[in-house]
Ligand binder design. Structure first.
Ligand SMILES: [Zn+2]
Length: 81
């Protein structure tokens, strides 16, 4: 179980971008089960960029469901509840 930690900064910004100062609210897990927390926009782009990546955890499910930046409707993995 991964505990949400909204005090950490986003770690999903691309290497060519400056360090992202936004709070990390979404955990993205890749196929090696490495989990990286990031902000919503960067989590969404990571899900698109990384094959097999999925959302492992979010800090606030109701807020995440309201976010159209996340592809909830495209992932049928039982996590978007
Ligand atoms: Zn970010």
């Amino acid at each position: 179980m991964i505990e949400p930690d909204t005090s950490r900064p986003c770690a999903l910004s691309p290497e060519h971008e400056p360090t992202c100062p936004a709070a990390a609210v979404v955990a993205v897990e890749d196929r090696r089960q490495d989990v990286v927390w990031g902000c919503k926009p960067h989590a969404a782009s990571a899900l698109n960029a990384i094959e097999g990546a999925r959302i492992a955890q979010v800090a606030n499910w109701s807020a995440a469901r309201r976010s159209r930046a996340l592809p909830w409707n495209h992932r049928v993995d039982g996590l978007a509840r």
